[in-house]
Design a protein around this ligand. Sequence first.
Ligand SMILES: [Zn+2]
Ligand SMILES: [Zn+2]
Length: 142
Amino acid sequence: MPNSAPRAIEKAIEEPGALVAALRGMRNHCPRCDHKPLFARYLKPVARCACCGQDWTLHQADDFPAYIAIFISGHLLAPVLIAAGSRELLPMGWLALIAVLGALLLTIVMLQPAKGAVIALQYHWRMHGFDPASREVDQRPD
Ligand SMILES: [Zn+2]
Ligand SMILES: [Zn+2]
């Protein structure tokens, strides 16, 4: 069994519920044991939690965090832009600039928390690489 060794170093721990795990991941904490960090870089999770040993390369978050971040930033910005536009508070050019920069900024700010939550829920529900049945297969993207 090639996977018995990595599993063995995972510390036994009381597993959190979905909401707790997601909130931990959003805050760059390990969804499993709540210690920092979950991310080694902006969007790259640590290979293993330094505390509990959980392998975080097993996720397959793909584009989903980006969809979440864009969806939320759009819904935050749209009412502001519509209100400002309909009252002609600013020239259209300025509104367009605010829309583009605002969407960019909000998306950048929300990407890591969104990815943390997605990884946490994939872990919680044993999806993709976190599914014990898939551990035989080497399918680690990044
Ligand atoms: Zn820990
Ligand atoms: Zn941990």
